[in-house]
Design a protein around this ligand. Structure first.
Ligand code: IFM
Length: 481
């Protein structure tokens, strides 16, 4: 086990509260397929993935892992594994193909059936409204840099809230708005593939606004008992040294990764230092009166997606070379106005994504949320690892590295609980191997192996390990698996 995992491991036995949610997460475009069925129209990810050169091998989500047709089997698999919650996202263009106007009932019916199936298997659904699949028509009208997109999102949120709010208790408005804004509109490694740093900051604000308007729309149509949250991929940003220049670099990245969302969502204001740092690009004039109050309305919970920390320093002005921030390859940075910052590979073992395994970052972020949002229930809404998994000759898939990863990170969650954090659940990313965006199908994050030729599902040894954890509320030793 890496040293970092050991340092995050409390004394055994590692037990969790009885009501803890043991879940797995997915997103619509990554698993559903059926992109032309039942009235669905293209999202920005259909367009992007079908544009030559944008994804590894030109791969796309046309079929993905065919969850749209196999959802019953997938729910049965979760029930067999003893999971008590499932986080999935709704495909906006399946429900509201043009991003405006009335819903397509056939699209909504799929999610009604999925929710019914989950509930009858005793699995709590947790719905994310936006996991990056903007209807293409809304991008053609300007996308997230335009304020109108936030209003369109609120209408869509109301539609889904009306359809599912009586049976779904856990809601997330957006998944990782950082990726949608900065990978989508600054570095361009994600859809819609734009490379305009000023537009990415406008997009970030309008995503925040969409959260606020969407949360209000959900609450206007749902029972008050339901929980409305957002899932952020907040970053554990660490300076390379204690030199003033490296500390300033870390502060800048902290603003661009965290402050841009934590500020308005949790504190009702963007950090002044973010305004100062981005002044060459934007005057933030699109933040209108009343926006911050809307964005800052009370949350019922907060979702954290965590994979790896970031190590930064001041850039050496003479050094040229590739960025090492783990967010894909592009000539354009996803960090607006941060050319003076360098990213470094953090020490330690890495996953197949090249991401260093460091559960201390998860503990650090949970404790940060506990300080910044006191009293708010927390969920780890994504955490997991890609490995080059292959079936053995006997057909079984052994993934001891993933078991060690999960053990280390769940131990960090347990340590945060002991330190007073109110963590109510953990969602492994991901239930199934799936379409890993620009990386195509080459990066396998699933606890369940998918044979892409036959689409057959085989739970990996990590799925069995996680199943024992979920059933007992205790972490089995990795070596016992
Ligand atoms: O696959 C993604 C997911 O869609 C969002 N969070 C990170 C995962 C791994 O890259």
């Amino acid at each position: 086990m890496p040293e970092s995992a050991q340092s995050a491991t409390p004394a055994s036995p590692v037990t969790f509260p009885p009501a803890f949610l043991w879940g797995a997460a997915t997103s619509a475009y990554q698993i559903e397929g059926a992109v032309r069925e039942d009235g669905r129209t293209p999202s920005i990810w259909d367009t992007f993935s079908h544009t030559p050169g944008k994804t590894a091998g030109g791969e796309h989500g046309d079929v993905a892992v065919d969850h749209y047709h196999r959802y019953r089997d997938d729910v049965a698999l979760m029930a067999e594994l003893g999971l008590n919650s499932y986080r999935f996202s709704v495909s906006w263009p399946r429900v509201q193909p043009t991003g405006r106007g009335p819903a397509v009932q056939r699209g909504l019916d799929f999610y009604r059936r999925l929710v019914d199936e989950l509930l009858s298997a005793g699995i709590k659904p947790a719905v994310t409204l936006y996991h990056w699949d903007l209807p293409q028509e809304l991008e053609d009208a300007g996308g997230w840099p335009e304020r109108e997109t936030a209003h369109r999102f609120a209408e869509y949120a109301q539609i889904v809230g009306e359809a599912l709010g009586d049976r779904v208790e856990h809601w997330m408005t957006l998944n990782e708005p950082w990726c949608a804004a900065f990978l989508g509109y600054a570095s361009g490694v994600h859809a819609p593939g734009r490379t305009d740093p000023a537009a990415s900051l406008r997009a970030a604000h309008h995503l925040n606004l969409a959260h606020g308007l969407g949360a209000a729309a959900l609450r206007s149509v749902m029972p008050a008992r339901n929980s409305v949250a957002i899932s952020l991929n907040s970053s554990a940003v660490r300076p390379l040294s204690q030199d003033a220049a490296d500390l300033a670099a870390a502060r800048k990245i902290d603003d661009l990764a965290n402050g841009v969302f934590h500020g308005p969502l949790l504190h009702g204001a963007y950090p002044e230092s973010l305004f100062a740092a981005t002044e060459p690009l934007t005057d933030w004039g699109y933040v209108l009166d009343g926006d911050l109050a809307l964005i800052n309305q009370p949350l019922d919970a907060l979702g954290l997606n965590y994979y790896t920390p970031a190590l930064v320093s001041a850039a050496d002005p003479d050094a040229a070379g590739p960025r090492a921030d783990g967010h894909g390859t592009s000539d354009h940075s996803p960090w607006p106005a941060a050319d003076d910052v360098a990213f470094h590979q953090t020490p330690g073992d890495r996953t197949e994504m090249g991401w260093t395994i460091d559960p201390t970052g998860l503990h650090e972020l949970i404790m940060r949320y506990t300080r910044e949002a006191p009293g708010l229930p927390l969920y780890v809404t994504e955490n997991g690892a890609a490995y080059d998994d292959k079936p053995d000759p006997d057909g079984r898939v052994h993934d001891p590295e993933r078991i060690a990863y999960l053990h280390g990170h769940l131990s960090a969650v347990r340590r945060a609980l002991s330190d007073g954090a109110d963590v109510r659940g953990y969602y492994l990313w991901s239930l199934l191997d799936n379409f890993e965006w620009a990386y195509g199908y080459g990066k396998r994050f699933g606890a369940v192996y998918v044979d892409y030729a036959t689409l057959a599902r085989t739970p990996k040894s990590s799925a069995h390990w996680y199943s024992r954890a979920a059933r007992t509320g205790t972490l089995p030793e990795p070596e016992d698996s």
